[in-house]
Design a protein around this ligand. Structure first.
Ligand code: ADP
Ligand code: MG
Length: 342
């Protein structure tokens, strides 16, 4: 009798272990790869498959190969190498991004600047051995970060940079475009749920469960990889953050981050630690996060009037958190050292 009991017990234990193992193999896991110089992950939950993830990441790598300013074989590198010499054939993807990028440049009075490349290269932020450049080097770079000297020929599909030494840098907008592209593929497969996270450039598809939104956290912008200090509930939206702690170096007692002010040639300095932008269009959210960071809270609030349906969260050095009208009452502050300002 005792033996029978223990056999039953063993059977149930094995059944339980089998159940757990089955649970493990089916557990929906995000697929993660290093693309665009950052950690990118996509989670399609139960509808994820190797085939789908492979197709998505193939597209992301393809975009990186065209758009990267940091590799010698990209189309952007070819356009840059031909600056002042000749127009270069550009893929549809480049033209799709460059058009809106020039509009953001125009609208922001040149704060958002896709021709910022020479300054980015000079500062070399996020790479080994970055130091504060000489004043004369900055003055020289400022002369050639002229976005009005970017010429697009829509008949011949070419881009020409008029001045020698000019360099395109789409780092502030390319990941948003890529997130949109990945989302398009997911929609085309008829899937209604997923999370795309391209180094913090987030796009959520659908909701967590029917009627239940996704939970998104905004990290403490004072600490690299810090805890979430703000939480919000969202569906079908992109949330993109630009802040002081994404890429930086410290020299003396000063921190130099990677969002450069085209007016001064130095990292943008105002009251802000970070700006997060919410828009259904991830490219808009990406370009705007950088633009609003450069503009500061006050100017951003009026600037956003031109972008209906776009919301933003501003976190400043005094630990005040401000949100646009559309987000009033819908964020939670998780860290008591920060407070919401109205
Ligand atoms: P991240 O790419 O880290 O998410 P952003 O979207 O804010 O952050 O983009 C920052 C990048 O954009 C920089 O690394 C640089 O390549 C580029 N950049 C820097 N300053 C500007 C600017 N004023 N306008 C447009 N792009 C910029
Ligand atoms: Mg951006």
């Amino acid at each position: 009798m005792n033996q029978l009991k223990s056999k039953f017990l063993l059977f149930f234990i094995l059944l339980f272990v089998a159940y757990l193992l089955a649970g493990c193999t089916q557990a929906p896991q995000a697929h993660t790869e290093f693309v665009f110089g950052t950690v990118c992950s996509i989670n399609l939950f139960k509808q994820g498959s190797d085939e789908r993830y492979q197709a998505l990441f193939m597209r992301l790598r393809e975009l990186d190969a065209i758009l990267s300013a940091n590799r010698d074989d990209s189309t952007i590198a070819k356009i840059n190498a031909a600056a002042g010499i000749t127009p270069v054939y550009a893929e549809k993807e480049i033209l799709d991004i460059l058009g809106p990028a020039l509009e953001f440049a125009e609208k922001s009075g040149g704060r958002f600047n896709p021709a910022i490349g020479p300054l980015v290269r000079l500062w070399n932020i996020g790479n080994e051995g970055a130091t504060v450049p000489k004043k004369s080097e900055i003055t020289n770079a400022l002369k050639i970060i002229d976005w009005r000297s970017i010429h697009i020929d829509h008949d011949l599909n070419t881009v020409f940079l008029e001045k020698v030494g000019m360099r395109l840098d789409l780092g502030a907008i390319a990941k948003g475009y890529a997130a949109n592209e990945a989302a398009k593929m997911i929609h085309n497969w008829g899937l209604q749920r997923g999370i795309i996270d391209l180094g913090g450039n987030i796009l959520v598809i659908g909701s967590k469960e029917p009627g239940k939104p996704w939970h998104i956290g905004i990290r403490n912008p004072e600490i690299s990889g810090g805890n979430s200090i703000v939480s919000l509930h969202v569906s079908n939206i992109s949330v993109v953050t630009s802040g002081v702690n994404e890429r930086f170096f410290i020299e003396g007692d000063k921190q130099y981050h990677h969002i450069l002010d085209p007016k001064t040639g130095y990292p943008a300095e105002n009251e802000l630690l970070s700006v997060s932008v919410l828009s259904a269009d991830s490219m808009v959210a990406d370009a705007l996060s950088t633009t609003l960071f450069l503009l500061g809270t006050k100017k951003s609030m009026s600037f956003l009037a031109e972008f209906p349906g776009v919301d933003a969260i501003f976190i400043d050095k005094a630990h005040a958190v401000r949100v646009t009208k559309g987000l009033q009452g819908s964020i939670q502050i998780l860290d008591p050292s920060f407070h919401q300002n109205y």
